[in-house]
Design a protein around this ligand. Structure first.
Ligand code: PEP
Ligand code: MG
Length: 753
């Protein structure tokens, strides 16, 4: 890093601080700043362009250009020299602006007579809020020191912009930041709607005094904060039970490395020496990190830059005295807004949240699994939401559409309220169906069960009217912890699940890890195609210890009650036979240890690969039941990754090939009298559920919230007529039976949406 004198920035900042201390309204303040910078830099022009919206920059103040152009001249981000600086988030200087590539002449500003140009982004934690420009008539090169001084001043302007220092009553063009309505189009990770107020997971830090009064004091504050940060990390490392290693520890070690990094500290100290307060110095470095983060492709490097970003956040919280966890003041109608969140943290907030909006995250993430268990609407991939939202902002979350409306217009709020009212009305209607069977008008009964995986799910068992737990995903408890659970903890937990279910059956699926479900303490294997890799039963058979642990815990939890278990991702008969044998071996051992054994045992297989549908007859004889894991089965049937947005929705579940396949599985199981259910997400979608029932499935397992809508539709139609509609559509060579089925349901006025 080149040695910079920093004198000019220091002087400039001191003058700036005096100016900011004067009483002045928004526009007058901006005008004074441009005047001051032009004067200090001996330049004819100084202009400030601020972002009006995502794509537009507006000339908001100028010294030297035509004053009439203020609030009139606008440009797109990426357009002209100013737009390019905003786009690239990088300074640009030239002695001959009109010849610079991208130069765009704006006659209304009268800038044609200025030859030299230097512009720096006005940015705050990686977000470009505007551009600061200085121009001279004579052709001159701007020194590195001058550019640096401008960058430092731009940081202060950014902080002031964030504080709303340049806004004033009635000045529309300078709308206060965080007051405009903001709409985020993300993706739906859990349906449902919620209205409430923002709770930021990482509180937004606003710095009231960006210019340092005394650099020595600021340097000391930084030193103290870094010392505290290091102590904090050491505490976390020693509290972490995982002395032997693991991902979680790796992250902490990376934190520690950065916290001790001299380069990081020196960069911040240099910013302080140039006149910035310690907080702004941290933010300046964080901004650069985020800019780098956006360009880096390598996943490992990106992770490390993320670590550095997190560390800056921690340091900022220490510096601003907000290091406590703000969980005490969770508003009653809290909607959590975060860049990303881990499953354990989300579970800590638990039912206190009405909704969650994440800037990153994915539909298949662990946080999404938890949100589903808690039935909290979740929107992921909501770009910019953490930058736009402030604590307590009014927000509407539409988990059905995957959108969030921050500070919405009244008409948007009205439309939203109508949607909420409709959903409430429907929920009331489902309540009245709770104790009624899902029997079609032609008398066929479909058993509806629920999927679960967390203790938080179990209260829904009675409330939803489910007839049992058709799929209990045991891996969730493993995913939420930093260490392998102990056998006693596991068996106690399984016992609590069985207690909660009472007479109703619970089908425990043994660990399904690997692929998208990576345990925090398991070494990650770089597999070219993890969904088809070393996962589920394959991993279970190769690592017998974990499977044994689960078998023992389940047998002991049952304490003489019936026990129902199934194995995930069985692709061939031998895998099932082997896993089943191991269970019975364990059962014998438990008997020998004088543990009470289950009163009745059922062992089933999940049919998640097409191959199992064609297994030998003996498999169908041996399996006590089969459960179709449609999420996986569909991805393998169509060779379309269930997590890849580009292909995820490409193939319809009601595609005739897939439906016919389901029909054949149902028929084959029927021939062997092997009960078969469907427990993938599609079972919870009313039209899909109806089609499966028409194809011969009699047991469907779904999220608790789906039971009402599915039951309502099944009770309203005849399955033989449904089958007829499907058969007709198949006979005419259609790709999917959906259009025919939906138009028929519409015609008979069935509640299918
Ligand atoms: C499935 O694949 O349909 C299934 C239920 O298992 P999971 O979604 O947990 O992979
Ligand atoms: Mg699966």
């Amino acid at each position: 890093m080149p040695e910079r004198k920093g004198v000019q920035s220091h002087v400039l900042l001191k003058r700036l601080r005096d100016t900011l201390a004067e009483q002045a309204q928004g526009q007058a303040r901006l005008d004074k700043i441009t005047h001051l910078i032009a004067d200090s830099m001996e330049a004819e022009v100084c202009s400030i362009y601020l972002r009006r919206d995502e794509r537009t920059l507006e000339l908001c103040a100028t010294e030297g250009l035509n004053p009439e152009a203020v609030h009139q001249t606008r440009m797109r981000v990426g357009q002209g020299l100013v737009g390019k600086i905003a786009d690239k988030a990088h300074p640009f200087a030239t002695a001959n602006a009109p010849d610079a590539p991208g130069f765009r002449y704006m006659p209304e500003t009268g800038e044609e007579i200025y030859s030299s140009f230097v512009g720096v982004p006005i940015q705050r934690v990686g977000e470009v809020l505007g551009v600061l420009v200085v121009q001279n008539k004579v052709a001159r090169e701007y020194t590195e020191d001058e550019i640096y001084a401008l960058e430092v001043v731009a940081m202060v302007i950014a902080e002031m912009t964030e504080l709303g220092a340049f806004t004033a009553e009635g000045q529309q063009a300078m709308a206060m930041p965080h007051q405009r309505t903001f709409f985020a189009q993300g993706q739906s990770a859990q349906e449902g709607v919620a209205e409430g107020h923002v709770l930021l997971h990482e509180p937004h830090i606003v710095i009231a005094n960006p210019v340092a009064d005394d650099p020595e004091t600021e340097k000391q504050r930084l030193t103290d904060a870094i010392t505290e940060l290091r102590a904090e990390i050491d505490r976390m490392l020693s509290a972490d039970q995982l002395a032997a290693g693991g991902e979680h520890r790796e992250v902490l070690e990376a934190y520690k490395m950065f916290a001790n990094d001299r380069g990081w500290r020196e960069r911040m100290e240099q910013s302080i020496a140039s006149g910035l307060a310690a907080e702004v110095a941290v933010e300046r470095d964080q901004s650069n990190t985020r800019t780098r983060m956006e360009r880096v492709q390598d996943p490992y490097l990106r992770e490390r830059l993320h670590d550095l970003d997190d560390l800056s956040n921690r340091l900022l919280r220490i510096l601003t005295g907000r290091n406590g966890n703000g969980s005490t003041d969770i508003p009653e109608d809290a909607i959590l807004v975060a860049r990303n969140i881990g499953p354990a943290e989300l579970l800590d907030y638990g039912k206190k949240l009405k909704g969650v909006v994440l800037e990153e995250g994915s539909v298949a993430s662990h946080a999404a699994i938890v949100a589903r268990a808690l039935a909290i609407p979740l929107v992921v991939q909501a770009a910019r939401i953490t930058r736009e939202a402030l604590n307590n902002d009014y927000i509407l979350v539409d988990g059905d559409e995957g959108v969030a409306h921050l500070r919405p217009e009244p008409n948007v709020a009205t439309a939203f309220h109508e949607k909420v009212a409709m959903r409430e009305q429907a929920a009331e209607e489902y309540g009245t169906l709770r104790d009624l069977p899902a029997t079609s008008t032609d008398g066929i009964n479909i058993r509806l069960e629920m999927n679960a995986g967390l203790m938080a799910d179990l209260p829904s068992l009675k409330g939803s009217g489910a007839e049992g737990v058709g799929l209990y995903r045991t891996e969730l408890q493993f995913l939420l912890r930093n260490t392998v659970p102990r056998r006693s903890d596991l068996s106690e937990r399984y016992a609590r699940v069985m207690d909660a279910a009472g007479e109703l059956p619970v089908c425990f699926r043994t660990l399904d890890i690997g692929s998208d479900k990576v345990l925090p303490y398991m070494k990650k294997f770089d597999e070219p195609n993890p969904a088809m890799g070393w996962r589920a039963i394959r991993l279970g058979l190769d690592r017998p210890g974990v499977m044994r642990l689960q078998f023992q815990s389940l047998i002991r939890a049952a304490k003489g009650r019936p026990l129902k278990i199934m194995f995930p991702m069985i692709a061939q008969f031998d895998e099932f036979r082997e896993a089943r044998d191991r269970f019975y071996d364990q059962l014998e051992k438990e008997k020998a240890r004088r543990h009470l054994t289950p009163s009745h045992i059922q062992i089933g297989a999940m049919l998640e690969t097409p191959s199992l549908a064609f297994a030998p007859d003996q498999f169908f004889d041996m399996a006590d039941f089969i459960s179709i894991g449609g999420n996986d089965l569909k991805q393998f049937f169509f060779a379309a990754d269930r997590e890849n947005e580009k292909v995820r929705r490409r193939y319809d579940t009601l595609n005739v090939s897939y439906l016919t396949f389901i029909e054949q599985i149902a028929a084959r199981c029927d021939r062997f009298n092997t009960p078969v259910s469907f427990c993938g997400e599609d079972a919870g979608r009313p039209v899909e559920a109806l089609a499966f029932a028409a194809m011969g499935l009699r047991i469907l397992s779904m999220r608790p919230a789906s039971i009402g809508p599915v039951k309502r539709l099944i009770r309203a139609v005849s399955l033989s007529e449904t089958k007829q509609v499907i058969d007709d559509a198949r006979a005419t060579g259609q790709q999917s039976v959906r259009p025919a089925l939906e138009s028929w349901l519409k015609q008979i006025d069935a509640p299918y949406r």
